[in-house]
Design a protein around this ligand. Structure first.
Ligand code: CMX
Ligand code: CO
Length: 148
């Protein structure tokens, strides 16, 4: 039997890297002040993504980002999460080579997909979510970067 350690080169989903970890916050300005004060870091991007119901800031950390998410209203995904859980880790996001190929494989594999088709996220990315009930109680986002 062949056992591969620490490699996903054979994965049809082709996870490239950890793109970001996302943290739900009540007040984005206050959170950014906290990160600047404590860790001396600033966001590279900040934008409102209406379709996701969030204002988000992306703080670079090595080759990945911390994504801070403030909900646009109480009925959004992040708004509901905050009222139930308070501030904290909301999802992890993996960069993939092709989001269509990744979704096709995951659907065929029986994954509990939230999105069968990609949607637009921040930074011009295309994104899709896998339900937290699918694996480890963690909401997973797949990201295809704008420049491939
Ligand atoms: N992580 C882990 N579990 C979560 C969760 C999260 N972020 N959000 C909800 N859950 C759990 C709840 O605790 C609940 O569990 P139980 O059934 O055991 O109580 C279950 O999922 C259902 O939760 P809910 O409050 O009823 O919420 P909904 O089912 O209406 O929505 C979800 C949950 C994940 C389907 C929805 O939030 C979604 O579609 N998310 C994807 C889009 C998104 O999050 N966009 C914002 C970020 C945008 C970006 O990153 O760019
Ligand atoms: Co995200």
């Amino acid at each position: 039997m062949t056992v591969l350690f620490g490699s996903n080169s054979l994965s049809p989903v082709k996870l490239l890297n950890l793109d970001h970890v996302a943290i739900a916050v009540h007040d984005l300005d206050a959170a950014l002040v906290g990160y600047r004060s404590r860790y001396k870091v600033d966001p590279l991007y900040r934008e409102t993504v209406e379709s996701q119901g969030v204002e988000e800031a992306m703080i670079p950390v090595g080759g990945s980002f911390v994504q801070l998410l403030q909900p646009l209203g109480p009925e959004t995904s992040v708004g509901k999460f905050l009222s139930k859980n308070g501030e904290g880790l909301h999802h992890v996001a993996y960069a993939v080579v092709s989001i269509e190929k990744a979704l096709k494989h995951l659907e065929a594999d029986g994954a509990l997909l939230i999105d069968r088709e990609p949607r637009f996220g921040g930074r011009g990315t295309r994104i899709a979510f896998v339900h937290p009930g699918d694996l480890g109680g963690t909401l997973i986002e797949l990201v295809e970067l704008a420049d491939g």
